[in-house]
Write a protein that binds this ligand. Sequence first.
Ligand SMILES: CCCCCCCC(=O)SCCNC(=O)CCNC(=O)[C@H](O)C(C)(C)COP(=O)(O)OP(=O)(O)OC[C@H]1O[C@@H](n2cnc3c(N)ncnc32)[C@H](O)[C@@H]1OP(=O)(O)O
Ligand SMILES: Cc1cc2nc3c(=O)[nH]c(=O)nc-3n(C[C@H](O)[C@H](O)[C@H](O)COP(=O)(O)OP(=O)(O)OC[C@H]3O[C@@H](n4cnc5c(N)ncnc54)[C@H](O)[C@@H]3O)c2cc1C
Length: 667
Amino acid sequence: MSFLNKEICDGDNPDLTEERRTATFDTDRMAQVIYGSEKFAARRRQITKSISRIPALQDTKPLAFMTREEKITEACRELDVLSDHWEQLIYVNDEEEALHLHREVIGMEGHPFALHETMFIPTLVSQASDEQQEKWLGRARKREIIGCYAQTELGHGSNLRKLETTATYSPSTQEFILHTPTITALKWWPGALGKSSNYAIVMADLVIKNKSYGPHPFIVQLRDEKTHQPLPGITVGDIGPKMAFNGADNGFLGFDHFRIPRGNLLMRHNRVEPDGSYLKPPHAKIGYSSMVKVRSRMAMDQGLFMAQALVIAVRYSAVRRQGFLEDKSQEVKVLDYQTQQHRLFPSIARVYAFIFCGLETIQLYEKLILDVNKNGDTSGMADLHSLTSGLKSVVTHFTGQGIEQARMACGGHGYSMASYISEIYGVAVAGCTYEGENMVMLLQCARALVKAVELVEEGHPEKLSPMMAYLTKPSVTVDLTVGPEAYVKIFQLIAKKQAFKATEQLHKFMVAGDSRDVAWNKSAVELTKASRLHTRLYILKTFIRRVESITDISVKAALTDLLNLHLNYELLDVASYALADGIMSSTQMDFIKNQLYSSLEKIRPNAVSLMDSFQFSDLQLRSVLGRRDGHVYQNLFEWAKSSPLNQSEVLPSVTQYLKPMMEKSKL
Ligand SMILES: CCCCCCCC(=O)SCCNC(=O)CCNC(=O)[C@H](O)C(C)(C)COP(=O)(O)OP(=O)(O)OC[C@H]1O[C@@H](n2cnc3c(N)ncnc32)[C@H](O)[C@@H]1OP(=O)(O)O
Ligand SMILES: Cc1cc2nc3c(=O)[nH]c(=O)nc-3n(C[C@H](O)[C@H](O)[C@H](O)COP(=O)(O)OP(=O)(O)OC[C@H]3O[C@@H](n4cnc5c(N)ncnc54)[C@H](O)[C@@H]3O)c2cc1C
C-alpha cells in the first residue's frame, strides 16, 4: 500500500498497522498543517521519493560505526551526489527545500554547507550592499565558495562588546588589518570553519583612528581558492570532537595583521569612507541580525528535533509489549501505560506548539528584513529580539527534556546508538548554548519585560507593544470550563505577577543603593522566571491561534485534543505560582489534573499517526528502533551484527592481552 495513505504498508509490524488504522485523521492533511502549506508538504514527499531513487544516497554504513573523519568524508560525498542531482531534486534557490534536502540526506551531525546556508548567505543578504551582493552572493549561492560565520572567540561568546579580534582601518592603503592580539582572541567554535570553508564572515571590532566602533561583519577569504591552503597570515584548524555534531569541523581562526580591502566591511547599513569617516547604521544592533534570523528559526528546528525523537519513541512504544493489564493472556503495548503516555504525549503537544510558533516567528523575521532592507524601517527589531531571545531559551530547554524522556521511554534500547536518540539529544541541546547561552538570552528578554512594567508603572500603558499588553490586565476570577481563553487569562495573570515581582525586586535593590547592574544581578533568577512565563504564554497563544485557523474537521479535532493536553499540562507545571498568589484554587487544580488524564486517553489512538504525520523517511530518522516498518527486533539484530567488532570472532585485544593474562593466571 502507498506510503502516502497513513503510511500503512503490507509487511509492517501488525501492531503499528493497527495503530495507523485507528487514527481519526489523514496524515497527509496533518502534514500540511505541520509544514505550513499543502504545497510544501507535498514537495517534501516528492523530494523523499526522488532521493529514494538515487542509489548513491541510500545509507551505506551506519553513522554510529563511523569515525569523525569517515563522517565528514561521507557528508562531503553525499553533498557531491546531491549537487549532481540538485536541479532535479529541488527548486534552485529555494532555501527551505535545500534545508530539507540536506536534513534528509546528510542528517543532523553537520556538513560543510550548514553554516554557509544558515548564516553566511543570510548575512550577505541582510548586511552586504547591493554592490557587495553582486560580487559575493551569486558565487555563494552557486557554491563556488564555502562560507561560515566566525564570531565567538576562545575568551568571549556571550559578551559581544568584548570581542578582541580587531579590524583596524588604514586610510593610506584603504585596507582593514585583521589581527588576533591574544590567545583569547582566537575565533573558536564556528561551524565548518576548521577545514571546509574558504571564506568567512568575521565579526571584529572596527577601529578607526584609535577609536573602537564595536563588532562589525567583514567578509574574509581564508584559503586559496585553488589549493585550499590557508592564506599567509591566517591560522585555521579544527577544535576537536564534541558531545555531538561530529560530522562538523567547528574551528579556530587567528589573524596575523591580515589585510583585506575596505570593500570587505559589509556596508548595507554602515560605511567607512576612504578617508576613514564612519557612517552609523540606522540601529546600533543591526549587525546582530544573522543571530536573530537563526533564533527565529529555532522553535521550528528544535520542534523537528524533538519530533524525530518522539517518532522513534512512540512507534517503539506501540510495538514493545511488556507486562499485563486486564488480559493476562497477552502482554500490553507499553504505550497503553498511563505513565508512558504522560511521559510522551505532553512532548508531542510541545512539538506541535513549537512548530506552529516557529512558523510565525520565521515570517516575522522575513517581514523585518524586508522592512529594514526596503524601507530602512528598524522599528520591529527590539520586539523580535526580545521574543526570539526568550523563545530560543524556552524551546531548547524543553526540547532537551522531551528528548531525554523519549530515550527513557524506550528502556534499554533507547540507550543504544541504534535508537539514535542520544545523537538527536546531543545536537538539540547544543541549541541551549549556541545563538546565545540560554540564561543570557532570558535576561535579554527580561530587559524588555522590565521596561514594559516600568511603562505601566509610569502611567504609559498605551506605549506597550501588543505582546506586552497583558501586563495591564486586571485580576479576575476565571471559570476554566469555558475553554482555552480561560487558560490564557490565568497564564496572563501568572506571567504578569512574576514580571511585576521581579521588577519590584530590582527596584528595591536600587532604592537600597545598588547600581542597576548589581540590582539586576541580584534579581536575575526572578527575572529569568518572568521571561520563561512570558514566552510560554506566547507559545500557548500561537498554538490556540493555529488550531482555530484549521479547516479540516478531523485534523482540527485531533489537534484540539493535543491543545487541551498542552493547556492543562502547562498550567499544572506553573501551578505553584498560581497557588502562591491565590490566582487558582486547589479545586481548580484538581479539575486541571483530571482534564490532563482524560486528554491522555483521547490522544492514545492517534499517537502513532500524530508522529507519522511528520513524514520523516527512515533515511532521515537514522534510527534502527524507530523505522517505519516497526520490525524492531530483527532490525536491531541485523544492526548489531554489522558492528565492526563482530567482523571477526576473536579480537586482537583478546589474543594480545586477555589470552596471555588468563594463561598467566593458570600458572
Ligand atoms: C546548524 C547549526 C547552527 C548553529 C549555529 C550557531 C551559530 C552561533 O552560535 S553564532 C554566535 C552566536 N552568539 C551569540 O548569540 C552571542 C550572544 N550575545 C549577544 O547576542 C549580545 O552580546 C547580547 C544581545 C547578549 C548583548 O549585546 P550588547 O551589545 O552588549 O547589548 P546590551 O547592552 O545587552 O543591550 C543594549 C540594547 O540592545 C538591544 N539588543 C541587543 N541585541 C539586539 C538585537 N539583535 N536586535 C535588537 N536589539 C538588540 C537590547 O535589547 C538592549 O536594548 P535596551 O537597552 O532597550 O534594553
Ligand atoms: C555546537 C556549537 C556550534 C557553534 N557554532 C558557532 C558558529 O558557527 N559561530 C560562532 O561564532 N559561534 C558558534 N558557537 C559558539 C556559541 O555561539 C557560544 O558558545 C555561545 O554564544 C555561548 O557563549 P560562551 O561559550 O562564551 O558561553 P559563556 O558566556 O562563557 O557561558 C558560561 C556561563 O556563563 C553564564 N553567563 C555568561 N554571561 C552571563 C551574563 N551576562 N549573565 C548571567 N550569566 C552569564 C552563562 O549563562 C553560562 O552559564 C557554537 C557553539 C556550539 C556549542
